[in-house]
Design a protein around this ligand. Structure first.
Ligand SMILES: *Cc1c(COP(=O)(O)O)cnc(C)c1O
Length: 504
């Protein structure tokens, strides 16, 4: 068996040991096999039972796979060849900011001085870690224009819930019972989900014909029962909310707070700050803007930064610099409590700080500028192939529409996105935001070169040119990936996420 058509357009051949799909570790297991291990260190050891008590020692062996190092490395290397990654090529998945993660950030996180520390170790022994966390908090506050931050939330959506709980605590402290949170109709699905989870009701405001929040509709929706508004700027159509100061004034005048969904921070980092736009609460997706690993269910990080009036409510305990210059864990005065078992996904935080530090000076500004430049270049380059949903300069992502293509040939945006996999590129985001028909949202990010963008544009052109004569083939694309078109609804409804080792 061989896999062909790997990303980058190169055919590759990876032996799969007679299996159509890669077997699980348990299928590869052979009793008694193990990896190389140093068995004697010369240090006298005591029996485990003496140290932890006999009751805590397992009597039955744990059902783990027995693999040699060679089996194990082969297994994971083959798996890594069966999927697309940011290391393989352009990954223009809009809204997600899937940019290349520089390897030096991993080198920082691989330092045993950082990753060898237990999160429960006393603060007297972990001054360096606490200093790192305080340093990151201060830099994130400087970047967003806020006063204080929590590093605990595990991702953007966790940050959203944290932000809504902060909103609730703030209003409650003033004796106000506000029930509604306003969200524009272009919002990411996590926004209304977080509002509901936070115990609030969602009020949706429509976008105007320019793809921006309709200010009059917003004013009409405001009232004494509104706790706040959740916005991202640039918004999910990739456009900057030009009336953001008017929006902020209207919401504040009604006694509400402004929540900034920081998923699109890559468009403005180092250029403008949410705090200066009037936002009170900001989450950041470190795995998007600050190039830490993203996706596959791995750990992200969604720190939440707030303005002065909300700082006392932040989750705790927080790494804090004391007046004598040492560090300790301190809970803010009116803290809403913990939102994470420990202090957040620490190795992601360390990577993000490394990324920020290496981009010192105007480096972060150039990140945003090049991200915006790349998106606009692609938007213009593809104007005759797939027109933009709104014909004006965009920020870091270009929302194109396949409406005309579908009407003329029956080939949908989804087909174009899937066919791009055969061309060696990851698909763009499709059918989001919901307010754009046949949406294809390309976010090239700043890490792609002009040559890669040109190759991507040519790949889109090739696919669209095939729509007239090869529509059926495109409906079933991709054809050269290890797995072809999947039934996504079935995958979500009949998720099999565990391997029953006991049956092996
Ligand atoms: C990614 C994203 C989120 C959610 O962030 P996660 O880190 O994936 O939980 C929220 N809003 C927008 C606009 C996003 O793109």
């Amino acid at each position: 068996m061989a896999i062909t058509g790997l990303p980058g357009g190169r055919a590759a051949s990876v032996p799969l040991m007679g299996h159509e799909t890669e077997p699980t570790m348990f299928e590869l297991s052979v009793v008694g096999r193990s990896a190389a291990q140093l068995r004697t260190t010369g240090v006298p050891t005591r029996p485990l039972a003496d140290m932890v008590g006999a009751a805590h020692v397992k009597r039955e062996p744990v059902a783990l796979a027995d693999l040699s190092e060679r089996d194990l490395v082969g297994h994971f290397t083959r798996l890594s060849h069966r999927q697309f990654s940011v290391d393989l090529g352009a990954y223009p998945l809009g809204s997600c900011t899937m940019k290349y993660n520089p390897k030096f950030c991993d080198a920082v996180a691989a330092d045993p001085a950082l990753n060898g520390v237990h999160p429960g170790a006393p603060s007297t022994l972990t001054q360096g870690w606490l200093e790192l966390l305080v340093d990151l908090e201060e830099k994130l506050c400087a970047i967003t224009g806020m006063a204080a931050a929590t590093l605990q939330p595990a991702a953007g959506a966790a940050g959203e819930l944290t932000g809504l709980l902060l909103m609730r605590a703030y209003h409650a402290s003033r004796g106000e019972d506000r029930r509604r949170v306003i969200i524009p109709d272009s919002a990411h699905g996590t926004n209304p989900a977080s509002v509901t989870l936070g115990g609030y009701e969602v009020t949706t405001v429509p976008s105007n014909e320019r793809g921006l929040v309709d200010l009059e509709a917003l004013r009409g929706a405001l009232g004494p029962d509104v706790a706040g508004i959740m916005l991202t700027n640039p918004n999910t159509v990739g456009l900057f909310e030009e009336e953001i100061t008017e929006i902020a004034t209207a919401v504040h005048d009604a006694g509400g707070l402004l929540y900034y969904d920081g998923a699109n921070l890559n468009a403005i980092v180092g250029v403008v700050r949410p705090g200066d736009m009037g936002f009170d609460i900001v989450h950041m997706n470190l795995h998007k803007t600050f190039a830490t690993p993203h996706g596959g269910g791995g750990p992200g990080a969604g720190p939440v930064a707030v303005s002065v009036r909300l700082a006392d409510f932040l989750p705790g305990p927080k790494a804090t610099r004391l007046s004598d210059g040492t560090y300790d864990w301190v809970a803010p005065a009116k803290s809403i409590g913990r939102v994470h078992g420990w202090h957040g996904n620490a190795m992601v935080l360390a990577r993000a700080l490394a990324y920020i530090d290496v981009h010192g000076g105007d480096g972060l500004t150039r990140v945003a500028q090049h991200a915006v430049l790349n998106a606009n270049w692609l938007r213009r380059r593809l104007a005759d192939t797939l027109p933009a949903a709104y014909d004006r300069p965009c920020m870091h992502e270009a929302v194109l529409s396949a409406t005309a293509l579908k009407a003329a040939t029956g080939v949908r945006g989804l087909d174009v996105a899937k066919a791009l996999l055969d061309e060696g590129f990851h698909s763009p985001t499709v059918y989001f935001p919901l307010i754009v028909d046949e949406a294809l949202m390309f976010e090239p990010t700043e890490t792609e070169s002009p040559q890669t963008l040109e190759a991507l544009a040519q790949a889109v052109e090739r696919i669209v040119a095939r729509a007239d004569t090869e529509a059926d083939e495109l409906h079933h694309a991709p054809h050269h990936t290890p797995v072809s078109r999947v039934d996504e609804a079935r995958a979500a409804r009949h998720l099999i996420a565990t391997e029953d080792a006991a049956t092996r």
